[in-house]
Ligand binder design. Structure first.
Ligand SMILES: Nc1ncnc2c1ncn2[C@@H]1O[C@H](COP(=O)(O)OP(=O)(O)OP(=O)(O)O)[C@@H](O)[C@H]1O
Ligand SMILES: [Mg+2]
Length: 338
């Protein structure tokens, strides 16, 4: 395995056929390619859902071997990005140089892809809108945004909007299996399930987790994935909480120490995982309320810089007290019914 090459780049689709899911989007984009024309586009949606990928594939399909010459990617969130579209800079900047020369290979326009366009200030956006108008004959803009609501109306209204929702589990699975096969990996069902579920429809996250796991072993089990993604085994987190609740405090602390010190998990990741698990403990509403409040306080203190071990131990102690209270409550209600 070439350890330096990122799989998110290596396996980025080159044609529409390589793209998983996204059927309605792909068919609209195909029709632009057929008509060899394009309005300005707005690709809206969360990270890792194919906005950059679809823009590049669109350029490849439209421009063939000349796609690099006719496609420019700018990142709005870095300083240069802003300078490029802002005021004077727009007249002397990269956009002008790019837009001024004729498109290559018989194309009638070029594409400017503006990543993270929602990070532009409204002043910069107004400047950008003027730039759009100035070069509308020779350039089409594609805006990529996680939060499209941050774009000013005049930009939104000039674009055809495409909503990129998180990918379906089945599509993430298909893509991960495709890479695994190409890389000659063995991946068991649980590991696959875990990667898919934890990606929450973000293919970049899923791909990076797979690559980190493959770095540890080409025979990937659920444990490999936990190690690679440096998150705790959810079963261990549950067990720790159940032990604390059941009064086995020493055992719970043992698991905590193992996770913090032997595995080197970060306390902020751990508290996030604890938060996910408290709902599965079978607590009464009252007790759940109490535990969630404590989890929130613990997280706040850790973020503020308090000692993580003390804070997490204290949380487990509180869970223990709440567990004991639950048991007593159950006992008295049983006695009452007898
Ligand atoms: N529908 C898809 N089919 C195949 N691969 C995809 C798809 N969506 C995303 N990917 C893969 O996931 C990775 C991230 O995708 P991409 O860079 O397009 O995300 P993005 O939506 O632009 O995210 P961001 O908002 O962070 O810029 C890439 O490696 C790409 O190959
Ligand atoms: Mg992107």
């Amino acid at each position: 395995m070439d350890e330096t090459e990122l799989w998110v780049e290596k396996y980025r689709p080159k044609t529409f056929d390589d793209i998983v899911g996204r059927d309605p989007i792909v068919s609209r984009l195909r029709s632009y390619v057929q008509s060899r024309n394009l309005p300005h586009l707005l690709f809206a949606g969360p990270a890792g859902t194919g906005k950059t990928t679809c823009s590049i594939v669109l350029a490849r399909e439209l421009f063939g071997e000349y796609w690099r010459e006719n496609f420019m990617e700018l990142n709005a969130s870095d300083e240069r990005g802003i300078a490029i579209v802002k005021g004077d800079a727009a007249h002397h900047g990269k956009i002008k140089t790019f837009a001024r020369t004729a498109p290559f290979g018989g194309a009638t326009f070029k594409i400017i892809f503006l990543d993270e366009s929602d990070s532009l200030t409204s002043d910069a956006q107004s400047a950008l809108r003027r730039t759009m108008e100035m070069y509308s004959k020779t350039c089409r803009f594609i805006f990529s945004a996680n939060f499209p609501g941050k774009l000013i109306d005049p930009i939104q209204s000039r674009c055809a909007v495409f909503q990129f929702s998180p990918l379906q589990d089945a599509d993430v699975e298909k893509y991960i299996l495709r890479i695994s096969q190409a890389e000659g990996l063995k991946i068991d069902r649980d590991a696959l399930y875990y990667i898919v579920k934890n990606s929450h429809g973000d293919l970049r996250k899923a791909t990076n987790t797979l690559q980190a796991s493959a770095f540890l072993s080409s025979d990937i089990s659920q444990n490999t994935v936990y190690q690679a993604s440096s998150s705790a085994d959810p079963r261990e987190v549950s067990e720790m909480l159940l032990n604390a609740m059941g009064g086995y405090f020493q055992r719970a602390i043992g698991t905590l120490d193992e996770m913090l010190f032997d595995k080197g998990l970060s306390s902020t990741d751990l508290i996030t995982q604890i938060h996910r698990k408290v709902f599965d403990l079978g607590l009464s509403d009252d007790a759940l309320l109490d535990v969630i409040t404590r989890v929130g306080e613990t997280e706040f203190r850790i973020v503020q810089g308090a000692n993580d071990r003390i804070q997490l131990e204290s949380l487990l102690a509180q869970v223990g007290i709440i567990g004991k209270r639950e048991k007593e409550k159950a006992k008295t209600s049983r006695q009452r019914t007898l």
